[in-house]
Structures are given as structure tokens and as C-alpha cells.
Design a binder for this molecule. Structure first.
Ligand code: ADE
Length: 230
């Protein structure tokens, strides 16, 4: 019986997922509530981690080590950096990096941690399923590097700095930490983001306006991925 973990950062990001799976049993653990769903012979665990890399790492670790999740999908919103990305667009993270890691004082590249890597790749099989869902549903799914950090990016200078240093297409606050946890435990992971803002001076207003609608787009997409996994 396959076990799949679905993580969002905020309650708003998992509400539309839970709405698609009405019969969930709640398990409180480690500061999170995990929603356990028996679906077509599979076990699905859904939780929102709370914002940021630390919280999302806790949630991903709990999903894997306590609940035995064999695949992890992160579904939430992101700020678009690429001019090609508009609000509502879906982006598949090809690889993840941490834009706020800086030990360049010791000669290391930005984003690099010894014994780790600047970029953590996501799982090719899960990504192929995402591409297939997009193709069959006539949804445009873009792909690119996602940069994570413990800050909401809302200025064109910072946005430009992240593009220049990491070649990122989007920015958010959890994907890289989930990818690091999954990579550490050899659990396939997929990071799916729908764009809520452009990480510029108007990002906060745009985020508030589009959080729910963008989260719904991601949730419907993840449901279709789950239907192909179970
Ligand atoms: N998530 C959605 N928009 C974001 C932004 N502008 N910065 C960081 N995380 C985000």
C-alpha cells in the first residue's frame, strides 16, 4: 500500500486539497496536524508545516520517519522571478536551492553547505507524472529552479540578486528544505508551485489577493497526480 505525503506551508494551501478528500482522520504530532486519508488502497498524509525552511523540514521528516511516506509532494504558492511566469501559472521545481545560505566568507559558493550541494534535484519519475497530467489536462506546466529562503521577497533588487546568483525562476520559503530532507532519506520528492505574486514591490498585495485561487490550482493538479500514483 503506497504512502504519499502532501505538504503545504499554510493552512490556505492545504484547505483545497482536503476539500477533495472529505474523509480525513486527524493526527496531532510535533506541532502539526496530519490528515490521514485512505484513498483507493493508498494512504495519503496531508499537512501544512507552517511557513519556512525549519518548519517544512520538520513536517517532511515526520511524514517520512513516522508515517513511512514513500513519496512527498509539496504543493503551494510562490513568487515568480521569471518574466515568463504570471499569477496562476504552475511551476514544477526541477531543482531547489537555498538563497539565504551564505558561507562565502570561507570561500564557498553562495548556497553551498559542505557535504551537501547548492542544488537538490527533484524526482524524475514524479516530475514525469506531473508533465503527463499537464499534457492530458491541457494545462501549461512550466519548469525551473526554485530558490527557497526564510524571507518573503518583495523588492526588485533582491529578486534580481536571486536570479543572478541562482538562475531561479521562482522564490518561496519551503521547497529546498523539503528537497534536502527527501534527498537525505532517499525519498522521491516533487515541488509544485502556483504563482501568487511577482516577488516585487507589490508582492504582498498580490499574495493576499491570489493565495486562495493559486492554491486551488495547485490542489486540483496534485489530486490528478495522486490519481496516477495510486
Ligand atoms: N511565496 C509566495 N510568494 C513569495 C515571495 N514573494 N517570497 C517568498 N515566498 C513566497
Amino acid at each position: 500500500m503506497i504512502k504519499i505525503g502532501i505538504i503545504g506551508a499554510m493552512e490556505e494551501e492545504i484547505t483545497p486539497i482536503l476539500a477533495l478528500f472529505p474523509q480525513a482522520q486527524e493526527i496531532a504530532l510535533g506541532g502539526n496536524v496530519f490528515y490521514h486519508i485512505a484513498y483507493k488502497g493508498a494512504e495519503i498524509y496531508v499537512a501544512y508545516s507552517k511557513i519556512g525552511k525549519v518548519h517544512s523540514a520538520i513536517t517532511a521528516s515526520t511524514m517520512i520517519l513516522r508515517f513511512g511516506c514513500e513519496k512527498v509532494i509539496f504543493c503551494g504558492v510562490a513568487g515568480g522571478l521569471d518574466t515568463d511566469l504570471a499569477v496562476g501559472d504552475l511551476l514544477l521545481g526541477s531543482k531547489l536551492c537555498q538563497h539565504d545560505v551564505d558561507i562565502s566568507a570561507f570561500g564557498h559558493p553562495l548556497g553551498f553547505i559542505p557535504e551537501s550541494r547548492v542544488f537538490i534535484e527533484t524526482d524524475e519519475n514524479l516530475n514525469a507524472i506531473a508533465r503527463q497530467v499537464a499534457l492530458e489536462s491541457n494545462i501549461t506546466l512550466k519548469e525551473g529552479i526554485i530558490a527557497s529562503g526564510d524571507a518573503f521577497i518583495h523588492s526588485k533588487e533582491k529578486k534580481q540578486w536571486i536570479i543572478e546568483n541562482f538562475g531561479a525562476a521562482a522564490v518561496e520559503m519551503e521547497g529546498a528544505s523539503v528537497a534536502v530532507v527527501c534527498d537525505s532519506f532517499k525519498v522521491p520528492c516533487c515541488i509544485l508551485r502556483s504563482i501568487s505574486d511577482s516577488a516585487d514591490g507589490a508582492a504582498d498585495v498580490s499574495f493576499d489577493e491570489f493565495l486562495d485561487s493559486s492554491a486551488r490550482i495547485g490542489a486540483n493538479f496534485v489530486k490528478q497526480m495522486i490519481d496516477r500514483l495510486v
